[in-house]
Design a protein around this ligand. Structure first.
Ligand SMILES: [Zn+2]
Length: 317
């Protein structure tokens, strides 16, 4: 068995595939097979262990199960069956809390998390990006960010999970969200599904909320921030504003540009700086659109839209 520190170092260097690498290094085979009524378990006999994972679960859920069982093994805490009620940070007492803490660290190491959170307030788009890059669920990403709130520059953050419109549990180290207020925030944030709802408080602070997860069991990510920070536009909001100006109701133009952006970034990501990427994109693609569209795309605001869209893939700006 390797030490916890060694496991964390592997998780960081092999991110987002750290968990699979740790299993390989400690010789724990992962068997994926359809299971009924549970997400997976770990079979131990002496020094030999085997992790069995329900292949019907999403990839993110399977990775959570593997990380959770590996954390049991690394910490020397007897594993148990993982079911769908085993949530990333459900505040269980005792040993399970330690297991979940390590699970989060292996899936989303702090340095990786820090490099993915580039903006405050953190909105739904940013959370989904962390989930996508880390190959974890959105709720896992939200809980991990809330857990590391202070070191990420957020003073306060909480994650509230709902069943329908009823708040079921709230996870936070720094921010208590009363359940009736959480339900109020959920209703308000529903109108901002892709962005951020801001609730101005009398003390000058602002509560922000964004919705994650599926509509039947939504999850709310909540932050408490000073007005000056909360009012800053997120990248997602800036992109939507720029897109409204550029495309208006011209759905065809929007789809055509976005299609080109997708193919462009897969072909060229990491090979050029952001400015070079914007210029190369215009050189390569703008001739396909008629003059008025082309002029708009090549204008300062059009270029601004392109640089916002490409920024994630061409960081060298
Ligand atoms: Zn456990």
């Amino acid at each position: 068995m390797i030490s916890i520190e060694a496991a964390k170092a592997i998780a960081e260097s092999f991110f987002p595939r750290g968990v699979e690498e740790i299993a390989k290094r400690i010789d724990v085979p992962i068997t994926r097979t359809p299971l009924t009524g549970c997400d997976g378990w770990c079979v131990c006999s002496g020094t030999v262990a085997d992790i069995v994972v329900n292949s019907d679960c999403s990839e993110a859920r399977q990775r959570f199960t593997v990380a959770h069982e590996l954390s049991h093994l690394l910490l020397g805490i007897e594993p148990q069956v993982v079911t769908s009620s085993t949530q990333p940070f459900k505040s269980d007492a005792g040993e399970e809390t330690r297991v979940n803490e390590l699970t989060g660290q292996l899936l989303l190491p702090e340095t990786c998390l820090k490099s993915l959170i580039t903006q405050i307030p953190v909105d739904g788009d940013a959370l989904r990006k962390v989930a996508r890059r880390g190959k974890v669920s959105e709720i896992m990403a939200a809980c991990r960010i809330a857990k590391r709130a202070t070191s990420l520059g957020l003073e306060n953050a909480a994650v509230v999970a709902f069943e329908g419109e009823t708040a079921k549990w709230c996870w936070s180290r720094t921010l208590e969200v009363p359940k009736p207020f959480a339900s109020f925030l959920l209703k308000q944030a529903a109108g901002f599904r892709r962005g951020l709802y801001r609730h101005q408080q009398e003390d000058g602070q602002v509560i922000t909320a964004s919705i994650l997860g599926d509509p039947a069991s939504p999850v709310l990510f909540v932050q408490l921030l000073p007005d000056s920070i909360a009012s800053q536009k997120t990248d997602g909001e800036a992109i939507r504003e720029a897109a409204d100006w550029l495309f208006g109701k011209d759905h065809h133009f929007r789809c055509s540009v976005n299609g080109c952006i997708s193919s462009f970034k897969t072909k060229h990501a990491q090979t050029m700086s952001l400015e070079e990427a914007v210029n190369a994109f215009i050189d390569k693609h703008s001739s396909r659109w008629g003059r008025p569209h082309r002029q708009k795309l090549e204008s300062l605001r059009g270029r601004h839209y392109l640089s916002l869209r490409l920024a994630e893939w061409f960081p060298g700006s």
